[in-house]
Ligand binder design. Sequence first.
Ligand SMILES: *Cc1c(COP(=O)(O)O)cnc(C)c1O
Length: 418
Amino acid sequence: MYTLDDNDFHPESLMMTYGYNPEWSEGAVKCPIFQTSTFVFKNAEEGKASFDYMSGRKVLGPNESAPLSYSRFNNPDLEIIEQRLKLWDKAESCALFESGMSAIATLLLEYLQPGDLIVYSSPLYGGTDVFIKKFLSKFNINVVAFNNTHSAEEIVKIARECNLGRPAFIYVETPANPTCSIIDIQEAKKAADMLSTPDFQVVVAVDNTYMGPLWSHPLDHGADFVIYSATKYIGGHSDVIAGAVLGNDDKMARVKKLRSAMGTMAGPKTGWLLMRSLETLKIRMEAQARNSLQIVKFLQSHPKVEKIYYLGLIDEKHPQYEVYKRQYKCAGAMVSFDIKGGEAESYQFLNSLKLIKLAVSLGGTESLAQHPASMTHSGVALEEREAMSITSKMIRLSVGIEHYEDLIWDINQALATV
Ligand SMILES: *Cc1c(COP(=O)(O)O)cnc(C)c1O
């Protein structure tokens, strides 16, 4: 077998074979679904070693792997998909979860304790927002928000002056859904370093679901963790819910330990589905990005479109432009726009689409449209929503891999009915 050290292959060249040995399964070229809850030990000594590694009593050497014992701790489908996901972000370690939310929840629960403060970038994905504000608050964990206008010094000031606890965790989601505003990860890291003390490190996690793992690599910009809802681009076919957290070995060891304790890991079938998905990750995402660019060009010239939210439209003179260029390789495949009018016009448009489906979620092969103000972001207080320009005239598109002329035809005919 090759190793990355022998040959610095591109990640897309390794998505079909890396981490899997056909000898494990009768020479099958594809990794099967290891649909088993438990694994037979060769002998009692191996059984003992397996538990010694799992509990941390023994530490694995380089290129060593713990004997398989039980699928809550480990499973080949889980391990292989983790090996492959690591390649995109050049991360030391990856943990796969049964959903993006279980990934986020496990990470936060491991790194927080009562009396701690989460400093988060606003706006957040709805599920994350609910988890930190409604659930973690029960354990005396408080939150305070910052946004894309704040520098590291200002983030530190917000964290200290709110007097809501020990700053412990900076949680960043960028670009923001559905407005595409960008948080500077390096500023967040700088703030975390300023808030850290010799015996307590404030960690930074970045939810990279919108742009990853192809177009942005937050670990390169100083993040300690990168989070994915693998339900979106990584899964890419809108047929599986999954999540992942990546980071260095030391920090991820804690996350994996809690995952084993709580059972938030992904099952073998989820791992297997994601293996199939990762083979086409790059070509899918690139096709989606190309289509988005065509759609944006069309929307720009349409008289019923008032404003477009798309990373590729940030003006070169805007302060966010430099951050955009530094953090992202591409403008992505999420496009939001304001239609002239309000809810009635938005609904008329959405109800008239023929090829594009009216649904939430994103990153799949099929194009989807939705109305953030009354759907994904309806839980956000009206004032807050308006401040973020998520109004009743906003439509969000997740652009798929169809022929762009067909997508534009559909958008055009739906706009014509408004
Ligand atoms: C979908 C999503 C999540 C939650 O992931 P699930 O797989 O639905 O649990 C978290 N963050 C972002 C940005 C998302 O889009």
